[in-house]
Design a protein around this ligand. Structure first.
Ligand code: KIV
Ligand code: ZN
Length: 550
């Protein structure tokens, strides 16, 4: 038995069939190039007969990529196969993938054909496709709900007709790992009985698996089929696909790599793919961006939280040794590293680690003060927070008394629905130079208010048209968010703001108010106070605290 597992990516065919997804030809080419860099073995580029757009997409991909096979899907009839060939004939290595359903429910209600008729159509389709290319794959749609002996008959017949890959799809995500294992073994036995086993053993005929995720078992079923002898896995980036999706490529590849020991123990040899795993995250992000299908944060391998640790015990473990809570190196799949994120569940170790990574060395006593203050500050914040919020708390603790600005009045008038822009008037008490006022209009209330604060204090927010800061008074708004704490219209608005100055120095501030514009103004003033305190006394404070800690 060969140890090589072939990765057949169907993101651009089954993945593109996800509700709401529609890719342009350019998008498809960009994804195909990314899949080529990822080093998948086969790209299923589409279903050319489905529409002129599909045809164009497949043709363009076939002519774009070189170091990967390009497959086109076709039902088991000459017209589909002719069109599929027309679309992929320009590929360096073209593959025709023809299919017909084999389950009784599909035969009776969809195809309205007998088992004998379907068997004959399957054989004819394979023979017909072989006239174009030696690389012909046959799929028995809804294989897992088909009669096993009839399915075995079809498998033997299409093998004799010349199919080199025989796909056993779990079209409706119905099977479970042990059952799927037994089904693949049953089909291998059928090849033995038909005296075709040598083809399977030598890798000249390959069983492929194609699992849908209706019961959340697509990856587990695919891995089980590999243990039974399948050597091609059909999968999609981020697991996108019809209904609950297809088996996720990244999960299969990383399961094979991370648990190589297990597969080697059971099979007597490790299973290998040729995937460049460092391309996984960039490819996932590209597919998510172009399809508009957001990757859930807790998605294995590619979700934003897949290598993020917030809770005290876990963050401590990872700081001491990554292996305590991580079974893969995030860099291996294309992330920049593990992320210790700060939030409500953060412990002292994470707080110390974050401050040290920003150059702050603290005594145990000072660390305790900052830790308590930080917990208090973010108790109403519903999300993980940027590291700058922690640094801001430290500045509040040691330099807060000297902060320069206090919001003394803010008035924002918004005439919604009128053709007028919102107007904001603010008054800030500058402890050095007295009260400062400004009035600004903006595209929205927050925009007007932030522009007014900036103007009053001699700053300017960079607009869309400003690429780079041109003066030391220029600021960029890096992040702005509001969470509603409590229920209903009377909930408290908690606003977080991160700004960046002309030197790239970042500062974060929080503001709370029942009025969200007021919460925003407070957050901005908080961030500006911290920024100015850091600029004038930050380095000196670092030295003082480090001396105390020594
Ligand atoms: O799910 C399925 O059965 C398919 C086939 C066309 C391979 O997508
Ligand atoms: Zn499918």
């Amino acid at each position: 038995m060969i140890s090589r597992v072939y990765i057949f990516d169907t993101t651009l065919r089954d993945g593109e069939q996800s509700p709401g997804v529609s890719l342009s030809v350019e998008d498809k080419k960009e994804i195909a190039r990314a899949l080529e860099r990822l080093r998948v073995d086969v790209i299923e580029a589409g279903f050319p007969v489905a529409s002129p757009g599909d045809f164009e997409g497949v043709k363009a991909i076939a002519e774009t990529v070189k170091d990967v096979q390009v497959a086109a899907l076709a039902r088991a009839n000459p017209k589909d196969i002719d069109v599929a060939w027309e679309a992929i004939k320009g590929a360096a290595t073209p593959r025709i993938h023809t299919f017909i359903a084999t389950s009784d429910i599909h035969l009776q209600y969809k195809l309205r054909k007998s088992r004998e008729e379907v068997l004959a159509l399957a054989v004819e389709a394979v023979k017909y496709a072989k006239r174009y290319t030696p690389i012909v794959e046959f799929s028995a749609e809804d294989a897992t709900r088909s009669d096993w002996d009839y399915l075995a008959e079809v498998v033997v017949a299409v093998t004799k007709a010349g199919a080199v890959t025989i796909n056993i799809p779990d079209t409706v995500g119905y099977t479970v790992p042990q059952e799927y294992y037994e089904l693949i073994r049953h089909l291998v036995e059928a090849l033995k009985k038909a005296d075709l086993y040598h083809l399977f053993e030598e890798g000249k005929v390959c069983f492929s698996v194609h699992c849908h995720n209706d019961l959340g078992l697509a990856v587990a079923n695919s891995l089980s089929a590999l243990l039974a002898g399948a050597r091609q896995v059909e999968c999609t980036i981020n697991g996108i696909g019809e209904r609950a999706g297809n088996a996720a490529l990244e999960e299969i590849v990383m399961a094979l790599k991370t648990r190589q020991d297990y597969f080697a123990r059971v099979l007597g040899q490790p299973l290998e793919t040729r995937i460049d795993t460092r391309q996984i995250v960039p490819t996932s992000q590209l597919v998510s961006r172009l399809t508009g299908m957001i990757v859930q944060p807790n998605k294995a391998i590619v979700g934003a939280n897949a290598f993020a640790h917030e809770s005290g015990i876990h963050a401590h473990g990872v700081i001491m040794h990554r292996g305590t809570y991580e079974i893969m190196d995030p860099k291996e799949v294309g992330w920049t590293g593990s992320a210790i994120v700060l939030g409500k569940h953060s412990g002292r170790h994470a707080v110390r680690f974050k401050l040290e990574s920003r150059g702050w060395k603290l005594s145990d006593e000072d660390l305790s003060r900052i830790f308590e203050r930080f917990r208090q500050e973010i108790k109403d914040v519903l999300r993980a927070v940027a590291d700058e919020y922690l640094e801001g708390v430290l500045l509040d603790e040691f330099l807060g008394e000297e902060y320069r600005y206090v919001v003394s009045a803010a008035y924002v008038s918004s005439l919604y629905g009128a053709p007028l822009n919102p107007l904001a008037q603010v008054q800030v008490l500058d402890r050095e130079y007295g009260a400062k006022k400004a009035i600004q209009v903006g595209v929205g209330s927050v925009d007007a208010a932030f522009k007014a604060v900036a103007q009053a204090l001699g700053y300017r927010f960079l607009g869309k048209e400003d690429k780079e800061p041109v003066s030391d008074h220029d600021l960029r708004l890096v992040d702005f968010h509001i969470d509603a704490v409590g229920k209903g219209t009377e909930s408290l608005g908690v606003c977080g703001v991160v700004i960046e100055d002309y030197q790239g120095q970042r500062s974060a501030g929080l503001g709370k108010d029942y009025d969200i514009v007021a919460a925003g103004i407070k957050a901005l003033i908080n961030a500006l106070n911290r920024l100015e305190a850091y600029r004038s006394k930050g380095e000196e404070l670092k030295r003082k605290l480090a001396a105390k800690a020594a």
